[in-house]
Design a protein around this ligand. Structure first.
Ligand code: ADP
Length: 878
């Protein structure tokens, strides 16, 4: 090979002038016996790295590996060919072969350039390698084709001492990278390569025996493009980067063909396989496949399709028709006959599977005939048919719904900014009595109530503006009556957003509207009733926050009804009252939602107010109290009268006791009078020693205290009761009554026996009132005893504790009360005593007091007389 790109010496320096010696060939070196260079001659000497320096060692001119050839001295090298590689000025080695010749003085080494010879030998050695590469590519598994190609490129790169090899294959849309050797190398961007390769002249490389293309020097490294032409077309490119030298162009092309040919065959086959697999996959997904029917013979089917239809790949006409739905067989036969005559075939048929239960599959059978043979494809359209059927059924349902709907469904078409009636459902006649094609149906606006016309116009405007509307107006029916219509409409637009039509419905809401109006009026009446009622009416939450209060309530509480909303009802109650109030609310249940009580309030500017208060709880589905409705009545006056009555009764009792009390006070006075008289007598006698005087004075002091205690108790007893209940020990009331009565009873010979338990539990109420009850009972017992004239009259008072209550039992031995009178003795003014003696109020008042304390007063006959029982609830301190 010669010339061309690989002319290694193209960059050789300018030759030196020829020496005056016979013309020399190749390279001649004259050496002395120690192998020192004496002189150089021949054209090749100009290439050497040390051309002009005679006298140097021969070794200095040589590449290191050539030193082994020159063992010993020149005399030893005679008679054998010597292969020596020299350093050159251009970097590449100069390969030479020659002989050592004896000279008169020293030696002459005659050498010739054998570079080209070596190169050809080297490329020749690569032929078996390419054979191996081709074999490897033919034999490897399809899945490993790319890896195998990369491995073979790697081998080639090592042989060519290239940094990197890259193989591009032709694809429909350009050149595609297929494989590359391992070496990393900055390849030009794919786009640059593509452009460069597209611009490559289609013809001429091999014919012209041209050089391989040097694409560029990338990063100082040469980049070669080797085209691979099979037939007329270039099928592949091998890109070779950084090879010091490549084989000659024709050899490189041939080598590449060896590499690429088997690869391309396999690669194309693999692509075909993949395409076929994709096609199969697609056909399977679509349920489609080809078929053909020769002029003579059986129907041939795509294998996948045949399997799906449960038919053989070759089916007779009978088999084909048998698998069709009976109703489709005749149309199928006719269509096939027409197709054989050259007409297009397009028919939807049902195919019956082996499973008779399964619904038939729908297939679109299409094809065309030529020369008696028909071919085409079958497409599974079951899903489409199913959707079509569903849509049909849905449409039928919708139409049915529209026809039977109580609402009128309508469609209005949009044209030039206005809406024109286009459709009304059948319910138009029953609802409004309008004819579908009547004047009113065409222009509903004319039937709108005169007061609602503005609403109607606004409905159309907002429908076009917002796309939907919901409004109410009145429409006149055929007979002239008006109906309240709820109109809900929606505007439909086309793809460009232009209004198309309005779909809406009219619902006759006359009844609902009238009911709402009735409800409003009724609510108004109740509101007036509540507002004008003299009773206090309010609604409040379980936490006592007021939701509503009427005017009387606001007046009592000294504010306006508006101020009541959100106010705390508890602010007008004392702590004790509030606690009792909340406890009462907690006791409300859905079964017993009502509770009544008398509550005491502290009102602004007034001392106290007593209200009779009735609550009704409202509960949710879970039985939780949501709010309370309450009605109240001011009971303060009644309460005051009651108190006055009680006070009067108390004073009456005191008056009644006056005789006993006089005796009670007389007693200490008598004792004191006696003591004073005796003392004075002693003093007169002069026998009053101090000890005697002290004794007398002490006795007088004790009597004074006794009288003072009595007077003090009468004073306390006569005082008005406190407003609110307070806890006190019940036995203290017994002791109080004893203090007032005991002396008087004793004077009348009646024994008072008190039996108290150790514990003295407390009850809630007013001690003076309970004391008054006890005094009444004791006085009644005394009167009965005196009337009966018993030998040893006694009255007994006992305290008994029961589960939740305390009992005070007052009995006597006066013979009891006639059982017929038991129910009557608690009536006011009932008395068996002579006129002017009994008032008949004692037991009645006592009954009221005990009831007010939450207890009971009952009577029975026990043992020797009557037994009165006062039951009182115990006061819990918790
Ligand atoms: P008054 O004492 O003024 O008659 P009360 O209401 O206190 O009015 O008593 C009504 C009646 O009950 C008495 O008139 C009496 O007949 C009867 N009564 C009350 N306590 C007793 C008793 N311990 N034994 C017998 N009768 C009694």
């Amino acid at each position: 090979m010669s010339g061309g790109l690989f002319d290694r010496w193209r960059t050789a320096p300018t030759p030196l002038p020829e020496p005056q010696v016979p013309p020399a060939v190749g390279l001649q070196l004259w050496l002395d016996d120690q192998a020192r260079v004496q002189r150089l001659a021949g054209p090749l000497r100009t290439l050497l790295a040390l051309p002009g320096q005679a006298g140097g060692r021969l070794h200095d001119y040589l590449l290191r590996h050539s030193w082994v050839v020159l063992e010993g001295e020149p005399a030893d090298w005679q008679g054998q060919p010597l292969d020596l590689d020299f350093h050159t000025a251009v970097g590449q080695a100069l390969h030479t072969r020659g002989w050592l010749l004896r000279q008169a003085q020293g030696w002459m080494l005659q050498l010739f350039d054998i570079g080209d010879l070596l190169r050809e030998q080297r490329w020749d050695r690569q032929r078996p390698l390419l054979g191996e590469i081709g074999h490897a590519l033919r034999e490897c598994g399809a899945a490993r084709l790319v890896q195998t190609t990369e491995a073979q490129l790697q081998r080639l790169a090592e042989h060519w001492q290239a940094r990197s090899l890259r193989l591009l294959l032709r694809e429909a849309d350009g050149w595609r990278h297929y494989a590359s050797s391992e070496g990393a190398w900055p390849w030009p961007a794919d786009r640059t390569l593509q452009a460069r390769l597209q611009a490559w002249p289609a013809q001429g490389l091999v014919e012209a025996n041209d050089d391989l293309e040097l694409l560029a020097l990338c990063g100082g490294v040469s980049l070669f493009l080797v085209p691979c032409r099979l037939g007329q077309d270039t099928e592949a490119w091998l890109l070779c980067a950084g090879a010091p030298q490549l084989p000659p162009a024709d050899m490189a092309l041939a080598l590449l063909r060896t590499l690429v040919e088997p690869l391309l065959v396999r690669h194309r086959r693999q692509q075909l396989h993949e395409q076929a697999a994709h096609l199969d996959d697609l056909q399977q997904q679509l349920g489609a496949g080809w078929w053909q029917w020769p002029a003579q013979g059986d129907l041939q089917l795509d294998p996948t399709l045949a399997a799906a239809l449960e038919l053989p790949r070759r089916a007779s006409e009978q088999q084909w028709l048998a698998c069709l739905h009976p109703a489709d067989r005749e149309p199928a036969q006719l269509a096939l006959a027409q197709a054989r005559d050259g007409q297009a075939l397009s028919l939807n048929v049902r195919v019956l599977g082996n499973d008779v239960q399964a619904p038939p599959r729908w297939l679109h059978w299409a094809g065309h005939g030529r020369g008696g043979q028909v071919r085409g494809f079958l497409l599974d359209i079951s899903a489409l048919k199913a959707q079509e059927q569903q849509a049909g059924a849905a449409r039928a349902r919708l139409e049915n719904l529209i026809a039977s709907s109580p609402a009128v469904i309508y469609v209005q078409r949009y044209a030039e900014g206005a809406l024109h009636s286009e459709f009304f459902s059948a319910s138009l006649a029953p609802v409004l009595g309008w004819a579908m094609d009547g004047e009113q149906a065409r222009q509903p606006g004319l039937a709108v109530h005169p007061q609602d016309r503005a609403l109607w116009l606004e409905r159309t405007r907002s429908l076009l503006r917002d796309g939907q509307v919901r409004c109410r107006y009145r429409l006149r029916d055929q007979r002239g009556g008006y109906h309240w219509i709820l109109d809900e409409a929606r505007l439909l637009r086309d793809d460009l957003g232009q209004p198309l039509e309005v779909v809406g419905l009219w619902l006759d809401v006359s009844e609902a509207s009238e009911a709402a109006e009735r409800m409003r009026q009724s609510e108004e009446r109740y509101r007036v009733l509540v507002e004008d009622s003299p009773a206090m009416i309010c609604r409040y939450r379980p936490d006592l926050t007021l939701l509503f209060g009427n005017r009387p309530l606001a007046d009592y509480l000294g504010c306006t009804p508006a101020q009541l909303e959100g106010a705390d009802l508890g602010q007008w109650l004392s702590d004790g009252q509030r606690e009792g109030f909340v406890q009462r609310l907690q006791a409300l249940t859905p079964e017993h939602p009502v509770s009544c009580a008398e509550i005491c309030l502290q009102l602004p500017g007034r001392e106290h107010a007593w209200w009779v208060w009735a609550d009704r709880g409202l509960f949710d589905d879970h039985g939780r109290l949501l709010e309370v409705q309450a009605v109240g009545r001011d009971n303060t006056e009644v309460r005051r009268s009651q108190q006055q009555l009680l006070q009067g009764a108390k004073m009456a009792t005191l008056g009644e006791l006056a005789t006993g009390l006089v005796h009670e006070i007389n007693q200490p006075l008598n004792v004191m009078r006696m003591a004073v008289a005796n003392t004075l007598k002693r003093l007169d006698n002069g026998a009053a020693d101090p000890a005697y005087l002290v004794d007398k004075l002490r006795r007088i002091e004790a009597q004074v205290e006794r009288a003072a205690r009595l007077v003090e108790h009468m004073r306390v007893y006569g005082r008005r009761s406190a407003l609110e209940h307070v806890p006190f020990a019940a036995w203290d009331a017994v002791a109080g009554a004893q203090a007032l009565l005991e002396e008087g009873l004793r004077g009348k010979g009646v024994a008072l026996r008190l039996e108290c338990a150790d514990a003295q539990p407390r009850v809630l109420g007013h001690q003076d009132q309970l004391e008054q009850v006890l005094i009444n009972l004791l006085v009644n017992a005394r009167d009965a005893l005196l009337e009966q004239g018993r030998a040893q009259p006694w009255i007994r008072v006992r305290q008994v504790l029961e589960a939740q209550c305390l009992c005070l039992l007052v009995d006597d031995n006066a013979g009891g009360i006639d059982p017929h009178l038991h129910a009557r003795i608690f009536e006011p003014f009932f008395t068996t005593k002579p006129a002017g003696v009994g008032t008949g109020l004692g037991l009645s008042v006592s009954h009221g007091i005990v009831a007010h304390m939450g207890g009971r007063l009952t009577v029975s006959n026990a043992g020797e007389g009557a037994c009165f029982r006062i039951e009182l609830p115990l006061h819990s301190t918790s």
